[in-house]
Design a protein. Structure first.
Length: 84
């Protein structure tokens, strides 16, 4: 699977059923070559070049299922996440 394939899928919380957004980035361990986490959302801040607002990192261990259109995640606390 390509990273671009992951970016087209909706990320949905198994806890609330809420759509959390889309994959904006993928963290890969360069030593092992394995995906460590998915980064969701993140609108650029007004004056920050590299920082993003509302960015959320989902560890690979919290991913339940990757389907054709959806990535299901088991995120215990999504209260601070504000993506539409």
């Amino acid at each position: 699977m390509r990273i671009s394939d992951l970016q087209t899928k909706d990320i949905v919380s198994m806890v609330s059923g809420r759509r959390l957004g889309h994959v904006s980035d993928v963290d890969i361990n360069v030593a092992t070559g394995f995906v460590e986490s998915l980064v969701v959302g993140g609108a650029p801040k007004m004056l920050g070049w590299l920082q993003k607002e509302g960015e959320w990192v989902i560890p690979w261990s919290d991913i339940v299922k990757i389907g054709n259109d959806v990535i299901l995640v088991q995120v215990p606390d999504e209260a601070g996440f504000t993506s539409g």
